[in-house]
Design a protein around this ligand. Structure first.
Ligand SMILES: NC(=O)c1ccc[n+]([C@@H]2O[C@H](COP(=O)([O-])OP(=O)(O)OC[C@H]3O[C@@H](n4cnc5c(N)ncnc54)[C@H](OP(=O)(O)O)[C@@H]3O)[C@@H](O)[C@H]2O)c1
Length: 228
């Protein structure tokens, strides 16, 4: 069975998820980072696109020792599995992602696996999904590995891909009170044919204030219900 997919993102008031500089823009505040840590701890796996990996060099961990201990007490691995997706195979083995936390999975194509070669041997499991990489096939594979709950943490390409393929069950959108205003900066999603288009309404399931950040939680109903 495919995992439940929770897409989590922090955006500026004008819909950007970073600025155009080479340094990562911090959109969340400490209370919101702690919320994200809690949501991570509740998931079996966390996924980011290869570009976020290259640009932000994140560790993608559960930082709270109490939450990690609670996972272990519940019979789960200390850390969620870390997952990334690449077509190019351009993944630097020195990135922090590979050297922290628990198991790592890299989904790619046959050509991407060839380009990657044995660069990540002993560090991550590389899974080729064939000539093309369909995100639905990636979810099938994660489901077969016992992943029930997947958190997708960006960036634009991953958000757009999962939403356009109608593979998202839940969306957490943290809105930071800033304006980026730079068309060169990445947005929450890129242009795409989203199923149901602008007629489809997501179901608002919660609104939370964490200091100056507003967190909106949406559930994505099946298309026939959401467009009625
Ligand atoms: N504010 C937030 O919550 C947040 C969270 C995460 C990231 N971000 C920001 O998002 C920006 C990066 O976004 P992005 O759109 O450039 O990158 P991304 O979504 O992180 O990664 C895109 C990459 O994923 C791989 N990919 C995507 N779809 C694929 C498919 N179907 N098959 C094979 N590979 C696929 C490709 O990797 P290859 O190039 O290796 O082929 C592609 O270049 C950064 O500025 C980062 O800071 C913000």
């Amino acid at each position: 069975m495919r995992p439940h997919v929770l897409l989590s993102v922090a955006a500026s008031l004008d819909g950007y998820i970073d600025d155009a500089s080479e340094h990562r823009l911090l959109l969340s505040n400490s209370a919101d980072f702690d919320r994200v840590d809690r949501v991570r701890a509740e998931c079996d796996a966390i996924l980011i696109g290869a570009r976020t990996l290259r640009v932000d060099n994140p560790r993608l961990l559960v930082n709270s020792a109490e939450r990690r201990a609670a996972r272990v007490a519940a019979g789960k691995p200390e850390y969620p599995v870390k997952v990334t997706v690449t077509a190019s195979g351009e993944l630097d083995p020195a990135l922090r992602f590979w050297h922290t936390g628990g198991d790592k999975l890299v989904y790619t194509t046959d050509a991407g696996a060839d380009r990657l070669g044995d660069r990540l041997a002993g560090t991550a499991e590389v899974v080729s999904l064939g000539a093309d990489l369909a995100l639905s096939a990636l979810l099938d594979d994660l489901g077969a590995r016992g992943i029930h709950r997947l958190m997708v943490e960006g960036g634009t390409g991953m958000h757009t891909g999962f939403l356009a393929a109608d593979l998202v069950d839940e969306l957490h959108l943290a809105i930071a009170p800033i304006l980026v205003g730079d068309p060169a900066a990445p947005r929450f999603v890129g242009p795409a044919l989203f199923p149901g288009g602008a007629q489809r309404r997501l179901r608002l399931a919660g609104v939370e204030q964490l200091g100056d950040v507003a967190v909106l939680k949406y559930l994505v109903d099946p298309l026939d219900r959401s467009t009625r």
